[in-house]
Design a protein around this ligand. Structure first.
Ligand code: SF4
Length: 409
């Protein structure tokens, strides 16, 4: 979501005549921010401190993203060298202010396919109507706003026309998408987008176990375009903790979705998010999460230690009663478990041919991209393989993080 916001602002700036450059040479620095965790928020503050040395009267520092909704003009009080506080999506005043300060004219638009030229992110929902007790997103992104289906299709078609090969539909809870005019939910949208000539791949994120429609899994399974990948946060493997988190489902619902998905698509890539040390998480509750991870064997688990976010229900009303060392022990335990699972699961690809959409070249100059199940893949002896190509790769080795292979004959 943040990458999509950065691109939409970058597109406006480039069209107005600005160019991306190094910080040393730049006149304007824009920080796009995330506050989902305290650590991300702290990074913003330290970056703002760092920028103090860079700031001169001729230079502009702006902050946008979720921190603006959370902290507002308080930011200017704390950081007097900050020039502009720009709410997400409200770029007009900021651009007008820049125009008055700097004179740039020859605009060069960012390609509709975005920075990589390969993937185009489309926000189909902004905000979230859930109220998970640990989460700051509803406060900073507001209630859900759904983009009309026709508008999404129009944007996707324009991106493909400009060279995009992959469309990524985005929403904090993308499964809740519905067209405001009643033309259907996410499954209907997916079926329409995949029909656009030239779309090689279609992905969407992030799903929610309470809102995922069964037809969506069927639409995925029936398609050669939709990626076999689900980003489905479980957060905890313990029903009492899920209730305290107000997630709106139990582990049996979650298991049923995974079972259905794997029946329809045995190779589906599954990624999840887990929080350890949530208020009231006993050792037994933690072990329930651990067994769920062992049972489901996710491809990727994003692990976080609970930390209260001011402004959330949990911070206000639940006691942060798991000691920090214990949170850390649980985190490390699950990290080690998941590392083993990921290595084992990735090894299953060795010797197989996989389809890779090339996104660019890595620091060693080797083409890389992703397979349809979401795993990153690097191409050895890939001369002549370019961003945007879709190639068959024979996998020769695998680590937890990526596959490596040779173009298949
Ligand atoms: Fe936050 Fe996701 Fe829950 Fe919405 S569904 S409140 S974005 S965790």
């Amino acid at each position: 979501m943040n990458a999509a916001d950065s691109e939409s602002l970058a597109r406006r700036l480039l069209a107005a005549g600005y160019q991306e450059d190094s910080l040393e040479r730049a006149d304007v620095a824009v920080l796009n921010t995330c506050v989902v965790r305290q650590a991300s928020e702290d990074r913003v503050y330290s970056k703002l401190h760092e920028l103090k040395a860079w700031k001169t009267p001729e230079r502009t520092i702006a902050v946008t993203g979720c921190i603006v909704a959370k902290e507002g003009d308080e930011l200017k009080r704390r950081f007097p060298h900050l020039d502009a506080v720009v709410p997400i999506g409200e770029y007009d005043d900021f651009l007008a202010g820049l125009e008055a300060r700097y004179d740039y004219s020859e605009g060069e638009a960012l390609p509709a396919a975005g920075r990589t030229g390969v993937s185009h992110y489309v926000r189909v929902i902004q905000g979230c109507d859930h109220n998970c007790t640990f989460c700051i997103v509803p406060r900073v992104r507001g209630r859900e706003r759904h983009v009309p289906l026709g508008e999404v299709l129009h944007e996707c078609a324009a991106a493909v026309e400009a060279g995009a090969k992959e469309i990524v539909l985005l929403g904090q809870n993308v499964d809740d998408y519905h067209d405001p005019a009643g033309r259907g939910g996410l499954a209907a949208l997916v079926r329409e987008v995949e029909k656009i000539p030239g779309v090689r791949r279609l992905r969407f994120m992030t799903s929610h176990p309470q809102d995922l429609e069964p037809e969506l899994l069927e639409a995925m399974a029936a398609s050669d375009v939709v990626c076999r990948e689900l980003q489905l946060p479980v957060q905890s493997g313990d029903d009492a903790i899920l209730k305290r988190m107000a997630r709106g489902y139990q582990t049996r619902h979650y298991r049923a979705i995974v079972e259905r998905a794997r029946t329809l698509m045995p190779d589906i890539g599954l990624a999840t998010d887990v929080i350890v040390g949530f208020p009231g998480e006993s050792e037994a509750a933690f072990l329930n999460t651990r067994s769920l991870l062992e049972e489901i064997q996710f491809d990727v688990v994003h692990l976080a230690m609970y930390s209260p976010r001011p402004g959330t229900f949990a911070a206000r009303s639940l006691s942060d009663d798991v000691p920090n060392e214990e949170k850390l022990r649980r985190l490390n335990d699950l990290l080690a478990l998941q590392r083993e699972i990921a290595v084992r699961k990735t090894a299953r690809w060795v010797g197989r041919d996989v389809e890779v959409l090339i996104e660019g070249t890595d620091e060693l100059g080797r083409p890389y991209g992703r397979i349809r199940q979401g795993k990153r893949a690097v191409v050895l002896r890939g001369s002549g393989v370019n961003a945007g190509d879709v190639i068959d790769l024979r996998v020769v080795s695998a680590s937890a993080g990526q596959l490596t292979g040779l173009p298949a004959a």
